[in-house]
Write a protein that binds this ligand. Sequence first.
Ligand code: FEO
Ligand code: CA
Ligand code: CA
Ligand code: CA
Length: 631
Amino acid sequence: MDQHTPRELSFDEWDEANYPRPAVTDFDRVVEKAISRRGFLGGVVVFGSAAACMGAGSLLAPVGARAMSGTSRFAFEPVPAATDHTVHVPQGYSWRPLVRWGEPLFAGVADLDHATGSDAAHAERAFGENTDGMELFVIGGRQVIAVNHEYANRKVNLPNRQDGVPANAGDVLKLQNVQGVAVFEIAEGADGWSVVTDSPLNRRITHNTPMRIAGPAAGHDLMRTAADPDGVKALGTLNNCGSGKTPWGTYLTCEENFNGYFGSTDAAFQPTGEMTRYGIGNDGWGYDYHKFDARFDISKNPTEPNRHGWVVEIDPSDPGSVPVKRTALGRFKHENAAVVIARDGRVVVYMGDDERGEFIYRYVSNGVHVPGGDTSALLDEGKLYAAKFLDDGSGQWIELNGETTGGMSPAEIAIHSRIAASKVGATTMDRPEWVAVNPVAIEAYCCLTNNTRRGVKTNAGGDEMPVGGPNPRAENQYGQIVRWYPANDDHADPAFTWDLFVMAGNPKVKEGPYAGSSNINEGNMFNSPDAAVFDSTGLLWIQTDGEDSNEGDFAGQGNNQMLAGDPATGRIERFLTGPLGCEVTGLCWSADRRTMFVGIQHPAAPFPDGEGRLPRSAIIAIRRDDGAPVG
Ligand code: FEO
Ligand code: CA
Ligand code: CA
Ligand code: CA
C-alpha cells in the first residue's frame, strides 16, 4: 500500500505525521529486550534455538540443499537489481504491456488524454489506476481478468490541477471512477494478449457502484445511514488492494485503506474511539471527497465509514450482478483473502490487516462447500478468528465471539474486528499483507512487510508491539514472511505451528538479523515483501512494495521486484525488476499457464509511455520465448 505520490512520504512517515502515537513503551526496557533478542538471533544458530523449542527440524529449511543436488525448481537465471525505468525479466523471457491506466475497456472509448488525465465519464469506461490484486477466470471459454484499482495518484490523475487537489465535484467523481475494480475479457493474437473491448463480460465497478451488505453486520444500527435506513445497501467498494478467488468462480476484492477517503467539513467534529482505531479522522488523505460528496463527510454521515473495510464478492460471469460485502469476514484494512477448503469441506479464508501491529485473521464457514451446490451462505455464516503466535513456535486461532470478547455481539465483532481481536490478545504483527496457501502442501504464508515502530510504540489500539515471535526485529524496516502449518494437516484446526520462511535484510550493509536470514544474499536481497502468490507447481512468488532509493540501508536492493521462493529449500531468486518508483503487485496466469500477468503499480515517468507523458500503472504479460509454461 503506498498511499502517496511516488517519492513523497512513506506510509509510516505519513501515518506518524497525521496520527502520532505516544511512545508508551519504556524505551530503555525495549532496547534491552531488542539487544538480547538480537543476541539470540545473531549467533551461529540463528534460528536453531527457536527450532529446538519447536522440537521439529529447523525454522528455516536448509538453503540450497535441493539446488546443490541438481534439482533446482528455478527455470530461469536470476536478474540483477535494477535502478532504471523499465522492466527486466530473465534471458529467454519477454514482457509487453497488456493494459495501462486510461486504456479503453469498451468499444468506442478513446485512449487516455495525457494533458488532462481524461474525465470522470472516460474513467468509468477505461482501465483504472493503481492496478493491484487480480485473478483470471475462464467463463464459457473466455478468459477474463478481474483486477483491483487500489487508490488514486492525484498529481498524476489530475495533472491539470494544482498539486493534484480536486477543484470540484467532477474531479472527485473522476478520482472515484479511476478506482474500484475492472473485469474484462482478454484474448491472445499474433501480437500477444490484448483486451477484448467488445466483450459482454467487461465491467467497471467504482466508488459509487451499488452493493449489497450481507452477513452479521447487515441491518445493524451502525450500518444505517440516512440514504440507506435499512443498512443493507452500500455504494462503492473502496481501496481495493489484494484479491482472492473462490472455488465457485467468484472474485474477492479486499478493501484496505478505506479510512483515507473520509473527512469532516466541521473541524470541531470529534471522531469516536472506534473511528480512531481505524484511522478515520477529520482530514482524510487528500482525496477531499468529503468537501464535494457529503457521503464521505463524517460530521454528516458518521456511520458511512462502517460500510467499508470489507471483503466484497463479485461474480465476473454476470456483469449485471450486485457485488456483496461479506461482513462475516470482518472489517479491517483488508489486504487479500486466501481461500482454501478444509478437510471436511468447510471454507477457510485467511486475511491480513495491513497496519502496524494489527492482526492475521481466519474465517471458517459453518457449512461445507459442495461443488455445484448452494454457496450463497458460505461467506455469511461462519466463525472469525485472530492468530496468536507463541515464541515456542506454536500458535492458536482464537475465536472472536461474545464470550471471548467480553460481550460483543456478532455484528459488533464484524464491524469492529480490530477491537475484538485486541480483546482476545491476538499477536500484533509487522503489517500483515498477502496470505498465500500452498496448493501442494498444507501450509500458508503471510508477508509481514515492515514495521518501523516494532518495539518502540503501540498499535492504534494501544496494544504493545514487543519484539519477539514472528516479529523478531525492533524498528523492522525490511520485513519477513511467516509460514504456518495447520495442526492435523487441517486448515480449520484451532492450532498450528509456525516458522519464518525468510527475513529480508541487507547483507551488504548490515550484520546479524538485519542482514536477513541465511537464504538472503547480495544476489537476491529485497525489502518489504507485500504480495505473495503460489503458482500451480507450489513455487511462491513474492512481490515487493518497499524503499527503492538503493541507498543507505537499502543499497544494492534497487527497484521493487518479483522473486520466486522454493518452500522446500528456502531458496529465493529474483525473477523481475520493476521500473523506478513502482510497486510490483498482482499476479495471475493465462489458462494454459504459458503467460503470467504481473501488475506494475504507480511507476514513475517515463514508464511506460516515454518522456513528457503521464506515468501509467499497467498489467504486463510475460512469456517464455520457447512458449513453455511459466507457473
Ligand atoms: Fe494495498 Fe497493504 O497493500
Ligand atoms: Ca500499493
Ligand atoms: Ca505494501
Ligand atoms: Ca499490498
